[in-house]
Write a protein that binds this ligand. Structure first.
Ligand code: ADP
Length: 496
């Protein structure tokens, strides 16, 4: 079977990159399976895409928001029809198991319906004026051309979180998908076009970060940047964007703690720990990567967790019965292996896993065994730094306050979780855990689209996706309408 070559989407046309260079998108479960060739775009391609988006902005911003929303609603319907096909393609390019890629497409469907409702809201405020016969209000305005840089772990959900609210607000977009998962962005944007999105409103430039992402960040006609990815790249993006005063929304790493108290439903906590730590092969920014265990239940919990983790079926996510797919690429495997070495050197105890799986059916993919470290202390790097793989650290504590202190002792603040049947402890956790998200009796993963998504500290820069995204994709305009037919001077004519 010949490999399909994809092109950039610029102004509604599929066009080859100027350089003619492409890169391969391969199946991480079997590198012999090539998903497609994609453009390795560069600054000149980005410039064409930005020009197309700028042109389209002139008309798209004037389409009534409820009409823009209808296209999103139709997109949700079409995605629902295509869910299985897109999920299969996503597992092929990214690796996570089919149940999860179906969930990824579902998240885009949910986002479409949620954001479509905003087309009839986009509320601003009305407020009394301090002057007589004067009306005051604020309205949301689109920002302009938005640059979007996406990661590979939620290849359709995350682009939908960025594109849909930006579109309903009247912006036009240039999106650079992650180099490991461009196809799912193509599928999403194709669906938008099939639903009636006009040419140029969304443009795709695929390629690598420094060649295609950086020029997007730097382009003077791009008015804002939405980035999801690593903290290292996020810091660079923010610094570069500052040169042209672009607002940047950053959603980055986590080192998410689950706290298990002695009064918890331990069976529930075990299930949650497995799902939180090894779902998506640990490659979620909200993955449960630290499990803090009350000392009285630690031995029993650890034994059971290790037995269950060791029994997880790792394999090709397209195959029935597989519970944990591959890691997305060699680099992620190398990072997991590096952190195993670091943890061992620090004195943590390897309880299961700890190595890449390379034999037999695993020979052509990038697989890593579900890995658990015990005897981890809060100051160890394995307890503080993001691995983004199927590697979890177990720590012990004696009191709830100590658990909170350990949970909060890191630089990240995305997601946290408490397992306890005590309502007082639950509300203390909600108040005291430093994170954008806290779950009670559920693992650290499982965000729903209509709540704010994002974190504190090194996880982000204060913006939120989900509920809150419109605050990034719109700019406020204050409007004063004076119907007095005379000059009224604020703070002067009405003083005294
Ligand atoms: P991860 O691969 O861990 O998800 P990265 O931060 O490396 O995180 O990548 C996230 C996104 O940022 C990808 O689309 C990647 O291509 C892009 N990217 C990487 N380096 C740069 C850069 N220098 N400028 C802009 N975007 C970049």
């Amino acid at each position: 079977m010949s490999t399909k070559t994809y092109q950039n989407l610029i102004g509604g046309e599929w066009v080859a990159p100027r350089s003619g260079k492409t890169f391969r998108n391969v199946n991480p479960a079997d590198h012999r399976d090539v998903v497609g060739e994609f453009p390795a775009s560069q600054a000149e391609d980005v410039a064409l895409a930005v020009a197309a988006a700028r042109k389209a902005f002139a008309t798209w911003r004037l389409v009534p928001a409820p009409k823009r929303a209808e296209i999103l609603y139709r997109t949700g319907q079409l995605l629902a029809e295509r869910k299985e096909q897109y999920a299969q393609q996503m597992t092929r390019e990214m690796g996570k198991v089919l149940a999860e890629t179906r969930g990824d497409v579902q998240e885009a469907i949910d986002e479409a319906y949620y954001v479509a409702g905003e087309g009839r809201r986009l509320f601003g405020q009305t407020t009394p004026s301090e002057l007589a016969n004067k009306f005051a209000m604020s309205v949301r305005m689109p920002v302009g051309v938005i640059g979007m840089i996406a990661p590979w772990n939620f290849p359709m959900a995350i682009p939908s979180w960025k594109l849909f609210p930006a579109l309903v607000a009247g912006n036009t977009c240039v999106i650079k998908p992650a180099e490991d998962t461009p196809l799912s962005t193509y599928n999403l944007v194709q669906t938008l076009m099939d639903a009636g999105l006009p040419p140029g409103v969304v443009n795709i430039v695929s390629g690598f970060g420094p060649e295609a992402g950086a020029p997007l960040v730097e382009h003077p006609d791009v008015r804002a940047i939405s980035f999801t990815g690593s903290s290292a790249v996020g810091a660079m993006v923010a610094q570069r964007a500052a040169a042209t005063f672009k607002p940047v929304s950053l959603e980055m790493g986590g080192k998410n703690a689950m706290i298990v108290m002695e009064d918890a439903n331990l069976e529930l906590a075990l299930e949650g720990a497995l799902w939180g730590a090894f779902g998506t092969t640990g490659q979620r920014c909200t993955a449960t990567s630290r499990i803090l265990l009350h000392r009285s239940i630690a031995a029993e919990f650890t034994e059971k967790l290790v037995a269950r983790a060791a029994a997880l079926k790792v394999g090709n996510g397209l195959h029935p019965g597989v519970e944990v797919g591959p890691q997305v690429n060699e680099q992620q495997i190398a990072t997991s292996a590096e952190y195993v070495a670091i943890a061992l050197a620090e004195g943590a105890k390897l309880l299961t896993g700890g190595k890449a799986l390379t034999e037999g059916d695993y020979a052509h993919g990038t697989f890593f065994a579900p890995t658990i470290f015990g005897a981890v202390r809060p100051e160890m790097r394995i307890a503080r730094e993001e691995v983004f793989g199927p590697v979890v650290a177990l720590l012990e504590f004696d009191t709830l306050e100590e658990a909170f202190a350990i949970a909060n002792s890191i630089e990240y603040g995305l997601s946290t979780s408490l397992y306890s049947r005590d309502v007082n402890r639950a509300f203390a956790a909600i108040r005291d855990l430093e994170a954008g998200i806290t779950y009670i009796n559920a693992p650290t993963i499982g965000a729903e689209v209509h709540l704010p998504f994002g974190g504190v500290k090194k996880t982000g820069n204060g913006h939120r996706e989900g509920l809150g995204a419109l605050d990034f994709y719109t700019t406020w305009k204050s409007v004063y309408v004076d119907f007095s037919d005379r000059l009224q001077r604020a703070q002067i004519d009405n003083a005294e």
